[in-house]
Every structure is written in structure tokens, then in C-alpha cells.
Write a protein that binds this ligand. Structure first.
Ligand code: XUL
Ligand code: CO
Length: 448
């Protein structure tokens, strides 16, 4: 059974009539979930406001196109502004509703895929014309509200034409179509002042190695990205290009498996100077890592560009895109963000959706508010962890043998195997030293 659609309408010019601008009120009762208790946009933490550190963004696809579909059932969610049609009029209503939402929530950024915001036409020209019409309205709403575009991206995975992939399709004509689509999306991104442009290779991977020429596909992916870099430079688009790793889903194996895999790919094909990474912790955990792993890995090589702030359910094996609610996880992420000096021009994009049984309009607000409060707490906690320095001191002391003598010589690349043999013969067997994991966990717990 499909979802019964309401006639699209705004009540008295408002799409969220019962909800006022969300305010900061730390004294609000615990069961008031339409208020910020921790996120205070103008509060200064370590020389920057919370708003500057956190750079929150709402994604258009989940929040304004999501209807609660899952592989076992159709949509459950209806929105008063959405008649569910693929018309320009419906697209405009969704966009107007979205900007009211951004404004009432108090976020300064949004993100979209080209195909979320405007319907496909009968051919590429009419699709592009639709996109231009919607970009006109987006530009107008952005100017009116001051909400900016954190990033845009091309959807190169939903349409059946991309069933074999886009940049890595076995059919060159599909790759050409994808490239033409990206060309247009880069034009729109430039026009709307996007601060970044994301590539998530949803179908860039394989389902069977038997029918796949992996080397050829990876070479094609690199060639595709080189065309992107050339066009970006030609039109003078100054946004940061980002690749978003994910190990699987929808493909069995996605080439952009995780942060280290993507960085190795970029290095192999001489693309490192042009791309950073957009890390999604739910993808990181799907790759079998801990929540913060890819954020840390990309940070240490100067490649942490932006974060899709969401979470999965550790007891499920798929991408649930839940709102991040875990303060300890947010603390470890924000510790790295502070160590990097911030995420700009990236931000914290809520690539998250309300559950399919969270069907009320207010649930959409509550999900975002709670996630913003979670990250505000993460920021405050991480700031105290860094300020006090206990953790950093304890880590440094684990590496004390590397700061002088033979350790320093090895680290500097100046030692030989013979030096190490001589040292070991003289010093004998090294006494084991504890890693004190429980001590470190206790220190972190003291801040959460
Ligand atoms: C899919 C995903 C995408 C990207 C943008 O898992 O995360 O929404 O963020 O294409
Ligand atoms: Co994402």
C-alpha cells in the first residue's frame, strides 16, 4: 500500500506552523525536546564560537525527500508540503519548506544531490533546465535567509542507467552521461557558492570479481576525477572536492572502502592535491572500524575535509543513517576536530533520517536538535580533555623511548639494522610496559 498524499500546502504561509524558532535554554525541563540545552551558537570555546566550530548542515535528501521507505515496505511519512509528484511545483514547495526548517532550527548550511532538488526531464537538456529553475529559487532563498551551501553532489546511483556504476561502469556511454551530469552540478555548485563538492561512489564497486576488470575500472575512476579537476579549474570553482568512503551497500564491495583506501587511491593516481575526504562515521563502522577511526586516519594525513555526522546501530549490519545521539562518540570526534583547528570549509552535515516510525513533523526537528546538542556537548567535553592535557600527557609518556637515543635515531630514519642489533645485544630483552588502556578509558569517562 502506498502512502496517502496530502494536498501540498503551506498553512498561513508556514510549513511548520506549530513550531517557533528553536532557542537555547539550558534550564528547560528534560522532557522538552524542542529546545537547545547545550548548543549556544554564539558561545565562545577556545577562541571560536560554537557555530564556527560545528558548522552544522541539514541534508535535503533525507529530511525533504525521505518518506520512510525500506526494503520491506513502502513509505510511512507524509509531509504537508509534499504531494509526492515529480513536478517543478512540488520541488519548489519542498525547497521553501526546507528553508523555513533551516531558519527555525538555526543552521547556517545545507547540502543536496542534484536529483533531490529538481526532477529529471526526458533528456539531459530538459533535466538541466529543471535544475536551473530550482537553482534560481535556491539562490533567492539562500540570499533571503543567509543559509549557505556546505556542499552539493551528483546522484550517480539511483537511476537505473547507473546500475553498473557511473565512473566505473563497463559501458563508456554511462560514464560519459555521469560526467555530463557532474559538469552541470559543478556549474550549479559554483553559482550557489558551494564550499565543497562531494563524490560518494554508491555504485562504484563490484558485485562479482568474475565479471569485473578491477584495474580498468579503477583507472577509469581516476580518469573521471581528472576530468572533474580540469573542469573545476576551468570554471574557477573554488570549493574543496571531497570523496566520501563507504565499504559496501549498495555494491558488495565499494572501491572507496575506507579513508586509508581512498587516500592510497588518490596517491596512486596523483590526485592527492585535489581531494580531501568527507567521513561518515556510520560508513566507518560498516567498514569494521570504531566510530572515530576514519576521522583520525584522514586527519593525520591532512585529509579530513568534512563529516557526515550520523550513526548506525552496532547490532545491525547496514547503513541506518541515524541521528548521532552518543555524547562520548561526539567527544572523540570533536577532539580530532579541535586538534585540526576546525573543519572549515567543511562542516558537520547531518546525513541522518528520522526512523520510518517517527512520522510527526516535530520528530524532524527533535532529531536535529538532539544531534546538535550532542555535538555541542562533544565540543565542550573535548575542549576540557585538551585543556587539561591528561590524555595527551599519558599518550606522550608511552612513547618516551622514541624521544632520545636510538629511538630518535630510528624515527629520523638514521639508524641501521646493525645499530639495532648492537643496542639489543648490549641492553638485553626489553622489559614489557603496560599500555594502561583502562586508565585511558577512565580519563575519557571523567569528561563525558
Ligand atoms: C550514502 C551517503 C550519501 C552521501 C552523498 O550512504 O552517505 O548520502 O553522503 O551522496
Ligand atoms: Co553520507
Amino acid at each position: 500500500m502506498s502512502v496517502k498524499r496530502n494536498k501540498a500546502a503551506a498553512s498561513n504561509g508556514e510549513y511548520f506552523p506549530g513550531i517557533a524558532k528553536i532557542v537555547y535554554n539550558p534550564a528547560a525541563p528534560a522532557d522538552d525536546s524542542l529546545v537547545f540545552r547545550h548548543y549556544n551558537a554564539s558561545e565562545v570555546v577556545r577562541g571560536k564560537t560554537m557555530e564556527e566550530w560545528l558548522r552544522f548542515s541539514v541534508c535535503f535528501w533525507h529530511s525533504f525527500r525521505g518518506v520512510g521507505l525500506d526494503p520491506f515496505g513502502s513509505g510511512t511519512i507524509t509531509r504537508p508540503w509534499d504531494d509526492g509528484t515529480e513536478t517543478l511545483e512540488a520541488a519548489k514547495q519542498r525547497l521553501r519548506a526546507a528553508f523555513e526548517f533551516f531558519t527555525k532550527l538555526g543552521v547556517k548550511y545545507w547540502t543536496f544531490h542534484d536529483r533531490d532538488i529538481a526532477p529529471e526531464g526526458n533528456n539531459l537538456s530538459s533535466t538541466n533546465a529543471n535544475l536551473d529553475i530550482i537553482a534560481d529559487l535556491a539562490e533567492e532563498l539562500m540570499q533571503k535567509t543567509g543559509v549557505k551551501l556546505l556542499w552539493a553532489t551528483s546522484n550517480l546511483f539511483s537511476h537505473p542507467r547507473f546500475m553498473l556504476g557511473a565512473a566505473t561502469s563497463s559501458d563508456a556511454r554511462v560514464t560519459a552521461y555521469a560526467a555530463a551530469q557532474v559538469k552541470k552540478c559543478l556549474d550549479i555548485a559554483k553559482r550557489l557558492g558551494a564550499e565543497n563538492f562531494v563524490f560518494w561512489g554508491g555504485r562504484e564497486g563490484y558485485n562479482s570479481l568474475l565479471n569485473t576488470d578491477v584495474k580498468r575500472e579503477l583507472d577509469h575512476m581516476a580518469a573521471f576525477f581528472k576530468m572533474v579537476v580540469a573542469y573545476k579549474e576551468k570554471i574557477g570553482f573554488t570549493g574543496q572536492l571531497l570523496i566520501e568512503p563507504k565499504p559496501k551497500e549498495p555494491t558488495r564491495h565499494q572501491y572507496d572502502y575506507d579513508a586509508q583506501t581512498v587516500m592510497a587511491f588518490l596517491h596512486q593516481y596523483d590526485l592527492s592535491d585535489h581531494f580531501k575526504l568527507n567521513i561518515e562515521p556510520n560508513h566507518t563502522t560498516l567498514a569494521g572500524h570504531c566510530y572515530e577511526h576514519d576521522v583520525v586516519m584522514s586527519f593525520i594525513y591532512g585529509k579530513l575535509g568534512s563529516i557526515d555526522a550520523n550513526t548506525g546501530s552496532p547490532d545491525l549490519g547496514w547503513d541506518t543513517d541515524q541521528f548521532p545521539m552518543d555524547v562520548k562518540s561526539a567527544t572523540v570526534i570533536m577532539k580530532t576536530v579541535i586538534e585540526q583547528g576546525g573543519l572549515a570549509p567543511g562542516g558537520l552535515n547531518f546525513d541522518a533520517k528520522v526512523r520510518r516510525d517517527s512520522t510527526d513533523l516535530r520528530d524532524l526537528f527533535i532529531g536535529h536538535i538532539a544531534a546538535m546538542d550532542t555535538f555541542a556537548r562533544g565540543l565542550l567535553n573535548a575542549s576540557r580533555v585538551i585543556e587539561d592535557g591528561h590524555l595527551a600527557k599519558a599518550v606522550a609518556s608511552r612513547y618516551s623511548t622514541w624521544t632520545g637515543g636510538l629511538g630518535a635515531k630510528i624515527a629520523a630514519g638514521k639508524a641501521t639494522l646493525e645499530d639495532c642489533e648492537k643496542f639489543t645485544l648490549e641492553e638485553g630483552h626489553p622489559t614489557p610496559v603496560s599500555a594502561h588502556q583502562e586508565h585511558f578509558e577512565t580519563i575519557l569517562n571523567n569528561y563525558v
